[in-house]
Design a protein around this ligand. Structure first.
Ligand SMILES: N[C@@H](CCC(=O)N[C@@H](CS)C(=O)NCC(=O)O)C(=O)O
Length: 203
């Protein structure tokens, strides 16, 4: 197996680095920043026509989109029989896709805007704040009766949603009204693979 992960740890690539650690994968890390001109060279555009990170090449197979990469890696390399990181069974699998698509489609756009456009929020009203509150309410309600989102144990669904709410983002959100989200996020980021990946790349 030869896996290369392209993308700086100061980007969405961090969620892929976390997944690689959960899976105990060896990989080559090419830490290109989001504004590195190499992303727009013909060589890089061949592996990701969007010229963005993260991108991986796994035994010659190129894939982009961070959450899709995590689904792929979890499905291909998740080995645990007891608590597979890529859940078995079509309903748990579908629920995992659901949480991933939800994180990408509903949560991330507003978390991202909240981060990047904080100074413009006054101009667009508090729509971002309201949209994030709605999503956090959904997540908090879901986590009221469980420790993990799917299958009764930590899965790629938790990793993908927690990664969208990474400390650099969620640290700027007021989570006191969402205690289940706060404890679940802590539980997720207290995992050895999360701690070790953050330590490895952020010191
Ligand atoms: N939805 C994509 C977003 C990829 C993305 O926008 N990556 C940023 C860095 S986090 C980037 O490479 N920006 C440079 C560009 O798009 O030119 C994912 O989750 O991977």
């Amino acid at each position: 197996m030869a896996l290369t992960i392209y993308g700086s740890e100061h980007s969405r690539t961090m969620r892929v680095l976390w997944m690689a650690a959960e899976l105990g994968l060896d990989y080559t890390h090419v830490a290109l920043a989001f504004d590195n001109p190499k992303l727009k060279t013909p060589e890089f555009l061949q592996i990701n026509p969007a010229g963005a990170i993260p991108t991986i090449v796994d035994d010659g197979f190129a894939l982009s989109e961070s959450l899709a990469i995590n689904l792929y890696l979890a499905k291909k390399y998740g080995r645990s029989e007891k608590e597979p990181i890529y859940p078995s069974g079509s309903s748990d699998e579908a629920d995992t896709w659901r949480w991933t698509i939800w994180a990408q489609g509903h949560l991330e756009p507003w978390v991202q805007k909240d981060l990047l456009l904080r100074d413009l929020i006054a101009a667009i009203g508090d729509h971002a704040g309201e949209a994030i509150a709605q999503s956090l309410k959904v997540l908090d309600r879901t986590l009221a009766d469980r420790d993990w989102l799917v299958a009764g144990h930590f899965t790629v669904a938790d990793l993908n949603v927690a990664a969208v709410l990474s400390p650099s983002r969620s640290g700027k959100l007021e989570l006191s009204a969402y205690p289940n989200v706060a404890t679940w996020l802590k539980r997720s980021y207290d995992r050895p693979a999360a701690i070790n990946t953050r330590k490895r790349f952020f010191g």
